[in-house]
Design a binder for this molecule. Sequence first.
Ligand SMILES: Cc1cc2nc3c(=O)[nH]c(=O)nc-3n(C[C@H](O)[C@H](O)[C@H](O)COP(=O)(O)OP(=O)(O)OC[C@H]3O[C@@H](n4cnc5c(N)ncnc54)[C@H](O)[C@@H]3O)c2cc1C
Length: 422
Amino acid sequence: MRIGVVGMGAAGCRAAMLLRERGHTPFLFEARPRVGGRLQTVEAGNGFYEAGGEWIDRDNTRIIALLRQFKQEPHPTQSWPGWVWYGGERSDERTLWPDVLEDAARIDETADLMASDLEEVPWDNVTEFATDQKSLSKFLDEQCRSRRGRWWQEATQRSDEGDDTDQISLLGWLCGRMNYDGRDEGDMSAFRFPQGAQRFCEKMVEGISIRHGAILERVEREAGEVNLYFQDHRESFDRVILTLPPPALRRIVFDPGLSEDKEAAIAECRMSRTIKISLRFRHAFWEDLGWPGRGMSDGPIQQFWNASRGDCAVINLYIGGTDALGWLDQADPIREACRELDGLLPGALESLSGGDVYNWIDDPYAGGSFSHLAPGYALGPMQAFSRPESGLHFAGEHTSLWTGYIEGALESAERAVKEILE
Ligand SMILES: Cc1cc2nc3c(=O)[nH]c(=O)nc-3n(C[C@H](O)[C@H](O)[C@H](O)COP(=O)(O)OP(=O)(O)OC[C@H]3O[C@@H](n4cnc5c(N)ncnc54)[C@H](O)[C@@H]3O)c2cc1C
């Protein structure tokens, strides 16, 4: 069986690895000059930092098992509880403020109660039409009694979802939350990739040749064959796994067209809007301040952390949602971000040596940071995304039940390979 895999992010790499383990030699294609997709490791000084996904939660069992198989022990993070700034006051993630804790406890209780009636698979909740149509933001507005508590909810949920909560369906959020059942404080973002996230992907496809610069444009299916048309050549396969994110899939011409509900899933799957800014410093100036290494603020730089791995001094920060769109219009978005940081961690501006913006929203092969379940999507076309269609199999985080996560990308690869081999 001739099998092609298009897209060498975490999903494509894992699919290739599994196919090889089962005795197949898959043909691999990738538009970019590197593997990893939304996992991108950047060398800095004698160390590195991550420009894309970087955190591993304690219950991401697939990632952790693979890292151990590669003799790479997950790198523990010790930055919890981070510092939190609101209205010029500073607290930390453990103590926070009483009004914030009260709102958080109420939301947890209500969400647990609502989730107890739900099925884990979002589209199985067929009677929950209203919950699917409702935004997470509306739910949080109803539940929060303090302005500060509402801000904290927005900040933490936006960090998880990658976008403002008015973009997220309440049903989608409740179902995703079930993945977190039984988590303790600090389980989230408990580890990082010891040798970088990109290296993790490279390891999965070690020894398999990859055609880089292969930009898929057209897929034709005829007489049991799948013909892939890249910018400069054509290839034929019995089976193909497509791992392209939804915005990239929207640009592919399918002939004959895909089923109506698959087309709808591709069209309606929304991507979160997050930019990542990496600030490089001459030295780790924050060590003198006693900062534990992560922070959240009610200012424009919503979330930031010590991203240095090895011998470099880097702080990564996220700006997500509507705020992300305007940030890059400034004359010097990097310096502006550092100026904001300096207001929270004095010494940042003086020590700044450079920086980079990773704009995943406008990246042609990503189109956003990761997918989320927008209102109406879970009970709408979501279910159709992962379904195979004569010779074509769909993988990638957006086709999984760990939507948005590296763990989801791996899960989707397992499913797609199983579909082919069965
Ligand atoms: C800033 C940021 C932070 C994140 N943080 C985390 C985190 O901490 N933890 C976590 O679990 N997840 C995180 N994520 C999400 C995580 O990175 C993704 O869910 C995961 O990497 C997606 O893998 P994938 O294989 O599904 O897709 P991708 O990695 O996007 O792979 C798809 C591949 O297809 C290629 N491609 C696209 N179009 C074409 C074409 N026409 N022809 C050929 N190839 C094409 C792309 O170049 C890409 O390599 C983050 C993402 C971002 C952007």
